[in-house]
Design a protein around this ligand. Structure first.
Ligand code: CU
Length: 146
């Protein structure tokens, strides 16, 4: 009887289970500072929905242009009919305008800080009409007619 002893000792593979619990239960900063703002690209930069006030049969939206180069709302909710956007450019802000990408490129004049300008459009059909400030292309919002 020959007994062969294997000279090589095979190391038993140790599966290292790396715990994924990274410092769970260590919430040092529970204060409510809402500083994170992740925006999906392509979406209007401003958040929030603006509703009109009625002046006769005209739906009037008072929209602000801010020193941060944002509109004060990302969505304007209207019904089919006539819509007027009154752009109020906040003090300390760069000049802004509202220029539709559709609707014949209807636009307000470019308005300096502290001023107002308006644009009136007929929107007989439902749809989404986007607009932006031609000076600040990232400054955009949408008129929802529904
Ligand atoms: Cu602007």
């Amino acid at each position: 009887m020959t007994r062969r002893t294997s000279p090589s000792v095979r190391a038993v593979g140790v599966v290292l289970a790396v715990p994924l619990a990274l410092a769970s239960g260590t919430t040092a900063c529970g204060g409510g500072s809402a500083g994170s703002s992740s925006r999906p690209s392509g979406a209007p930069l401003a958040s929030g929905t603006l509703l009109p006030t009625m002046q006769g049969s005209v739906q009037v939206f008072d929209l602000h242009g801010t020193p941060q180069n944002l509109f004060s709302a990302g969505t304007l909710e209207a019904k089919p009919g006539t819509v007027r956007i009154v752009l109020h450019v906040d003090p300390g802000s760069a000049p802004h305008n509202v220029t539709f990408n559709e609707l014949g490129k209807a636009a307000t004049p470019t308005v300096d800080a502290g001023g107002t300008g308006s644009v009136t459009v007929a929107v007989p059909d439902t749809g989404v009409y986007t607009f932006s400030c031609t000076i600040h292309p990232g400054m955009r919002a949408a008129l929802h007619v529904g």
